[in-house]
Design a protein around this ligand. Structure first.
Ligand code: ADP
Length: 273
C-alpha cells in the first residue's frame, strides 16, 4: 500500500473512547484505541489508548512482565488485540505491509549477529524491500554508504558483524533501518550489554535521527536514559499509569505505583534485572 492510500484510510480510523485520550490524526504513526490483549484469559495489556505522532520520541517503561513487549507487538500488528483497534501509519496494524517504514532494533541485535557477513552487507539488506533481491543501483549503494556514515560506521563497513562490539553492532542495525528509509524506529532495550560510553553515543545518535524527523519508540529498562533522552514517557504495568512529558513523569508518582515500590531515576532504574 502506498503512503497516499494509508493516509486516505486513516480518515476513517477514529473511534476513540470517551476517556479523554487525544484523537488520532493523519499524522499518527501509531494509534491504539481501548486495546486489551491476553495470551490466556487474563489480560497482560488492558484498555490502552495511545497515539504517537510523526516525529515524537516516546519511551515505554515498566517493570519486567508489565506488557511492554506485548504492547510493541500489538503496535506493529504482530499480535491482534482481543478488544480495541491498533493502527500503524493510519492502516489497521495487522494489514500494514510497508515493512521498510519500520526499523526494528532488538535487545540482542537479532539473529543476524551470528551471521558471517560484513557490516555493509547488513546495511545493504535495508535496500531489499526497494529492489527485491536484484542488483543494487548506484543510488542504492549511495544510500547504504550514507547510512553507514550517519551512524559513524564507515570505517567498519568491511568488518564482519560478529567482530563488532555491542554498541557498534546496534549502530549497524540502525544503519540498516536508515538504508531502508524507515521513518519509525522501534528499539527494544537496545543498549543492554553495551558499554557505558557507547550507550551515550548511541542515544546521541537516536536524538540526532529524531531531530531529522524520524519517530522513535524506545522500550527501555534504563530509566536514567529515558529521562535524559525521551520527550514523552508511557509508564505501563498492564494498564497505562502515566503518559505525558518526561519532566512531568519525573515529578509524578507513576513510577512507584507502576513498579509497586520506591524506585530511583538514576542509573539502573527498575532493579529487576
Ligand atoms: P515485558 O516486555 O514488560 O517484560 P511482556 O510483554 O514480555 O512484558 O510480558 C507480559 C506478560 O505476558 C508476562 O506475564 C509474560 O509472562 C506473558 N507473556 C509474554 N509472552 C508470552 C507468550 N508468548 N505466551 C504466554 N505468555 C506470555
Amino acid at each position: 500500500m502506498s503512503r497516499a492510500d494509508a493516509t486516505a484510510e486513516s480518515t476513517t480510523a477514529t473511534d476513540p473512547a470517551d476517556n479523554g485520550a487525544a484523537r488520532p490524526t493523519d499524522d499518527d504513526v501509531i494509534s491504539l484505541s481501548d486495546v486489551t490483549f491476553g495470551y490466556t484469559a487474563t489480560p497482560v495489556v488492558e484498555d490502552v489508548s495511545l497515539d504517537i505522532a510523526a516525529g515524537e520520541y516516546v519511551a515505554v517503561v515498566g517493570p519486567n512482565g508489565s506488557g511492554k513487549s506485548t504492547l510493541m507487538k500489538l503496535m506493529l500488528g504482530l499480535l491482534r488485540p482481543d478488544v480495541g483497534e491498533t493502527r500503524l501509519f493510519g492502516e489497521p496494524a495487522r494489514r500494514f505491509d510497508d515493512g521498510e517504514r519500520v526499523g526494528y532494533v532488538s535487545q540482542h541485535a537479532s539473529a543476524a549477529k551470528e551471521m558471517p557477513i560484513t557490516v555493509r552487507e547488513v546495511v545493504k539488506m535495508g535496500r531489499f524491500p526497494h529492489v527485491g533481491f536484484g542488483l543494487l543501483s548506484a543510488d542504492d549503494w549511495r544510500i547504504v554508504d550514507e547510512a553507514l556514515a550517519t551512524v559513524g560506521m564507515s570505517d567498519f563497513a568491511d568488518r564482519r558483524i560478529t567482530k563488532l562490539s555491542g554498541g557498534q553492532r546496534q549502530r549497524a542495525f540502525i544503519a540498516r533501518a536508515l538504508a531502508s528509509e524507515a521513518d519509525l524506529l522501534v528499539l527494544d532495550e537496545p543498549t543492554v550489554g553495551v558499554d557505558a560510553e557507547s550507550v551515550e553515543a548511541f542515544y546521541d545518535l537516536l536524538e540526532a535521527l529524531n531531530g531529522d524527523g524520524i519517530t522513535v519508540l524506545l522500550i527501555e529498562h534504563d530509566l536514567g536514559a529515558v529521562v535524559d533522552h525521551a520527550e514523552r514517557v508511557v509508564c505501563l504495568n498492564r494498564e497505562v499509569y502515566f503518559d505525558g512529558p518526561t519532566d512531568e513523569f519525573v515529578e509524578s508518582d507513576a513510577l512507584a505505583r507502576a513498579f509497586g515500590t520506591a524506585v530511583g531515576l538514576g542509573g539502573d532504574g527498575g532493579g529487576d534485572r
